[in-house]
Design a protein around this ligand. Structure first.
Ligand code: SF4
Ligand code: SF4
Length: 351
């Protein structure tokens, strides 16, 4: 597997315009498959509109200790984009003033931002109902300076959401790198030891599954049962819920689809599994995504495709509920990933 980001490798696909071109040309241009816009128009769901803000998702930087094959962020140790404390302060102003019930910190590995702990301490004071940190687990074991993260998360009542592509070493390491499985297991045990994920515990620990190849996730509930059984039997690990997420055809997953000659088949599978009910609840309708440099996007995927919000308020310093609520969501063919089957969002299925 690759050890460098597409950016570092100077790949064609590091360019978001190139990705958007691929998603608009070929089978979508020649009419073999309907565009996402025409598909949602069939059920009068175009344009997709933003409703009231419920979830503020903040990407504090693209640096990561891993270089996973499927990463939609194109994150890795070689990415240097990191949110500054000034931009965090602007985010905090918004966090305190919006009615959003969920704050969701993501990356890269958010813990690698040098101001991560300061930000968590300050954000926790805002009393947001659900304060999520997306932790890749291995960061907890990556360096001594991260060993106390489970205690730190507990102190600030953070809801930990962690990727775990499979309960077996082979499948996990294939997608996320050699040694990731063993470190993830150790990190989960340490989170359990301080109370995370335990039955009846208020310290929430959820896992995220995403497929390791060009296929859609199976039923979330039945996978959760399988994960729980295997992780308990093999490692005595507890967790609360499993979110099944569909891989969107962008960035490194798009690179993988093209290199493995699966791109067209995957797009066919997404379009065939299109579910109009899922459209109503796609996460962009109640979420705002903030990039490391403070710009606003409808979701983390649009952020990576550099498709900014369709609003006069483009930056967190210009946040204005009246300007952002009701905006038209910016869409392209990657959106089929959110509406396939039971739908997909950062909180799992939506339909
Ligand atoms: S851990 Fe997450 S952010 Fe880091 S490379 Fe893997 S998928 Fe990307
Ligand atoms: S990719 Fe983003 S904009 Fe498109 S449907 Fe999904 S959440 Fe909405």
């Amino acid at each position: 597997m690759a050890t460098k980001s597409l950016h570092k490798r100077e790949s064609d696909l590091a360019n978001s315009n190139r990705q958007l071109e691929i998603l608009s040309n070929g089978i979508f241009q020649n009419g073999e498959l309907p565009t996402f816009k025409s598909k949602i128009a069939e059920t009068n769901q175009f344009p997709l509109k933003a409703k009231k803000l419920e979830i503020l998702q903040i990407n504090v930087g693209y640096m990561c200790n891993q270089v996973c094959d499927h990463c939609h962020v194109d994150a890795g140790p070689d990415r240097k984009e990191i949110m500054t404390r000034d931009t965090m302060r602007q985010c905090l102003d918004v966090i305190k003033n919006t009615g959003a019930h969920t704050l969701d910190l993501t990356g890269g590995a958010p813990e690698m931002n040098p101001d991560f702990r300061w930000f968590v301490e300050e954000a926790a004071k805002a009393g947001i109902k659900d304060f999520i940190v997306r932790s890749n687990l291995t960061i907890i074991r990556a360096n001594k300076k991260y060993y106390d993260l489970p205690e730190f998360f507990k102190k600030h009542n953070v809801h930990v959401v962690s990727s775990m592509p499979h309960w077996t070493r082979g499948k996990t390491d294939k997608q996320r790198g050699d040694g990731v499985f063993d470190k993830s297991i150790k990190a989960l045990q340490e989170l359990n030891a301080v109370g995370y994920g335990m039955p009846n515990s208020n310290l929430r620990l959820d896992l995220v599954y995403n497929p390791s190849g060009a296929f859609l996730p199976a039923d979330q509930m039945s996978m959760e049962k399988d994960f729980k059984k295997a992780l308990m039997e093999d490692f005595s690990i507890h967790f609360h819920n499993l979110f099944a997420i569909t891989n969107l055809p962008i960035s490194r997953f798009l690179d993988y689809l093209i290199a493995s000659e699966n791109y067209e088949d995957y797009m066919y599978a997404l379009v065939e599994a299109y579910n109009p009910t899922a459209v109503e609840n796609v996460m962009c309708t109640n979420t705002l995504s903030v990039s490391w440099d403070g710009y606003l996007y409808d979701c983390d995927f649009n952020q990576m495709l550099e498709l900014p919000v369709n609003s006069k308020a483009k930056h967190i310093s210009e946040y204005n509920e009246d300007l952002l609520e009701g905006r038209n969501i910016v869409i392209s063919q990657h959106c089929y990933g959110c509406t396939a089957g039971a739908g997909s969002s950062c909180q799992g299925t939506v339909a």
